[in-house]
Ligand binder design. Structure first.
Ligand SMILES: Nc1nc2c(ncn2[C@@H]2O[C@H](COP(=O)(O)OP(=O)(O)O)[C@@H](O)[C@H]2O)c(=O)[nH]1
Ligand SMILES: [Mg+2]
Length: 407
């Protein structure tokens, strides 16, 4: 395995920072005591990259050096750069990436604070690029980097989007993917193919290359939430893109743990619904609403059990049902809707109490709005629905802004 120094030495263009700077600018960085000469236009002679590889990272410290080594080897002869987009990983992934980038201009790193999210990180990396072509791949070496030159070749020959597929002939999945995740992925793939009417074999792939302009043109229409950026792109711009798929073997993660679990499938369903509604409603709000609907079922079950089986009076039965349903909603939202800001320990207890309070205030608003609408439009279900929507929007706003806010 190469050391960091060897990686820099084997750089295809020999572009250690000092080699590419005008001699007048050499050694002037980071030395405030020395007089800074005026930079001349064109003084930096580094050629712009043709390809930016965007790598989202969360706690991938032990994979970064090896990934850089492999990219350096495989992309020799290409003007390339890699952008790590790190969500302030506790293991200091961004520090390592930036320290490599301090001497190797192929390496950039965006450190995002107070934010989480795979798709959003990838979009940010892509939009930070000036290269005509961008690729997205994971840091954990599950994606086969040796496919990159071939993907680039396809783009040079006219493709807009090249997808590295696990499911075309020749593609496969090594261990590294739990049975339930595999089932979820296959089910979601089939559903996406049906709903989008696409022939793409692996619309859930996290490994693809695209002409940057194709993203820039549609950046505002992307949902940017969740974990499936390719799905988002296909929904938003799929029809206008010339797509090529290449097969590869999805390897086992090299080091560290997966950040995703079987619940991402639910997240993905949220993305699909959001897209079906033309992207008007945020994915998170739809998930919050779906959890709320499940809470109604829980409420009715508890109510009937308390009233019919335990023979509590109606007021106590209803009170028990309300408390159990609110707790249910809180726990499921904590696991699912706000997984990226999940609360544990005392913050969980504090969040639960605040959730009870928010729901109580929300229900006052709910009844108020429903009664007001009923007063001039006496259709009970319409007034009730309007009240429920107002209550949910209020609960969602408080939940997002105060309970599961990211520090
Ligand atoms: N920036 C950022 N990267 C993330 C986040 N979650 C996962 N990743 C990265 O996305 C890639 C795929 O995640 P991984 O856990 O390997 O997912 P899996 O392969 O589907 O199990 C890895 O490089 C992760 O470090 C996140 O919230 N923010
Ligand atoms: Mg992975």
């Amino acid at each position: 395995m190469q050391t960091d120094d060897e990686i820099r030495a084997s750089d295809s263009r020999g572009t250690a920072a000092e080699d590419v700077l005008d001699p007048a600018l050499r050694d002037t960085e980071f030395n405030p005591s020395r007089r800074q000469p005026e930079p001349q236009p064109g003084a930096l002679r580094r050629k712009a990259a043709e390809l930016t590889v965007v790598v989202p990272t969360y706690s991938e410290h032990d994979n970064v050096t090896e990934l850089v080594r492999r990219l350096t080897n495989v992309l020799a002869g290409v003007d390339w750069e890699v952008v790590f987009v790190d969500d302030d990983s506790p293991d200091g992934t961004y520090k390592l990436a930036k320290s490599i980038g301090a001497t190797d201009p192929h390496i950039r790193c965006i450190r995002r604070v107070g934010r989480r999210g795979l798709s959003g990180a990838c979009i940010e990396g892509i939009l930070s690029s000036s290269a005509p072509v961008v690729a997205v791949m994971d840091a954990d070496l599950q994606h086969d980097e040796s496919l990159l030159p071939q993907m680039l070749q396809e783009i040079r020959q006219g493709a807009d989007l090249v997808i590295a597929s696990r499911y075309t002939a020749g593609g496969s999945v090594e261990q590294g993917f739990s049975g339930i995740r595999r089932w979820g992925s296959e089910m979601a793939t089939r559903m996406a193919q049906t709903l989008m009417g696409t022939q793409v074999s692996d619309p859930m792939s996290g490994f693809f290359m695209i002409r940057r302009e194709a993203i820039e043109d549609h950046a505002k229409a992307l949902a940017g939430e969740g974990y499936k950026l390719l799905m988002d792109i296909l929904w938003t711009a799929g029809k206008s893109l010339k797509i090529v798929e290449l097969s590869y073997r999805f390897r086992e993660r090299r080091s560290g743990e997966s950040k995703l679990d079987a619940l991402v499938t639910v997240d993905y369903l949220g993305l699909m619904f959001s897209k079906l509604f033309g992207g008007v409603l945020p994915v998170r709000f739809l998930m919050f609403g779906a959890v709320g609907v499940s809470g109604i079922a829980v409420h009715l079950l508890v109510l009937s059990f308390a009233h019919s089986t335990l023979h509590l009076n109606f007021a106590w039965s209803q009170f028990s049902a309300v408390m159990v349903a609110m707790t249910w909603n809180f726990v499921i939202n904590n696991q699912l809707t706000y997984r990226d800001a999940r609360l544990t320990g005392w913050p969980f207890v504090g969040g639960l109490l605040m959730f009870y309070l928010a729901c109580s205030i929300g229900s006052v608003g709910n009844v108020g709005v429903a009664s007001w609408i009923y007063s001039f439009h006496a259709t009970a279900w319409l007034a009730g629905l309007a009240g429920a929507i107002i209550g949910s929007v209020f609960n969602y706003a408080i939940s997002s802004a105060l309970i599961w806010k990211r520090k």
